[in-house]
Design a protein around this ligand. Structure first.
Ligand code: ADP
Ligand code: MG
Length: 240
């Protein structure tokens, strides 16, 4: 579903992705962790071309992202993205936040888009908030709406960039629960997170990044119990 082969990226002189090789199969959940500034966000942002790569090959859902005639809008419709800061449209109701892209981009008829949005709101446990505005919701509720909004485009892949980092502790669980359900439904997911409980319970493998490289990739039970690199050991120690 996603394949990085020898991918490099630079921001001017900063080698932000250094020979990335990573394979995510359909239905797999991969957790990416590592110190701040190690390139985690940049890594997942390349998957929907929010950041272009400079060297190597990146295949997403069978499409080579270096192809000149790549349809970026089609790619972004396939790849949902959930940000740390929710990024809901403040002037739109919950329902309109979710139906906007399906109506505008997928050309879904309004009534149908609303029906699908309601089904998604049921799924994230927020059906009664359909007419609320983002500012009237808690952080956890806003993030669940953001997940529903991404799912409304019927993506084949979901990317999450520290989706619970901006939340008060008591709201983290409700968002992780929604993500866990999504994983169980068979969604292919790449999740940047330091929620190690989630990584343990839900992910197939954990990728540890440091200074633009993947220093380690292992099954969660292996990574947490027996990390191979000192940098990974240090990182895990400071999470406790
Ligand atoms: P992480 O998500 O692991 O904290 P990032 O991928 O955000 O790391 O950033 C990796 C490095 O690239 C950092 O040193 C950051 O300052 C730098 N960086 C990120 N985005 C840009 C940008 N648009 N321009 C220049 N440097 C950037
Ligand atoms: Mg980041």
């Amino acid at each position: 579903m996603i394949e990085f082969r020898g991918v490099h990226k630079w921001f001017k002189k900063l080698h932000v992705l250094n020979d990335i090789n990573l394979h995510v199969k359909p239905g797999e959940v991969v957790v990416v962790c590592g110190p701040s500034g190690s390139g985690k966000s940049t890594l997942i942002r390349t998957v929907n071309q929010l950041e272009p790569i400079d060297q190597g090959t990146l295949i997403v859902d069978g499409k080579d992202l270096s192809e000149k005639k790549l349809d970026i809008n089609a790619l972004r419709a396939e790849v949902g993205f959930v940000f740390q800061q929710f990024n809901l449209y403040p002037h739109l109701s919950v329902l309109s936040n979710i139906t906007l892209a399906p109506i505008k981009i997928r050309k879904t008829p309004k009534a149908e888009a609303q029906e699908q949005a309601m089904a998604l709101l049921e799924r994230v446990g927020l059906a009664e908030k359909r007419d609320a505005y983002p500012a009237q919701l808690s952080g956890g509720q806003q993030q669940r709406v953001a997940i529903a909004r991404a799912l409304a485009m019927k993506p084949r892949i979901m990317l999450f960039d520290e989706p619970t980092s901006a939340l008060d502790p008591e709201m983290i669980g409700e968002v992780l629960d929604v993500m866990q359900k999504l994983a169980l439904s068979g969604m292919t997911m790449v999740v940047v997170t330091h929620e190690m409980g989630f990584a343990r319970e839900v992910s197939k493998s954990v990728v540890f990044m440091d200074q633009g490289t993947i220093l380690e990739q292992a099954a969660p039970e292996e990574f947490f119990i027996n990390p191979q690199h000192d940098r990974a050991k240090q990182f895990l120690k400071q999470l406790l």
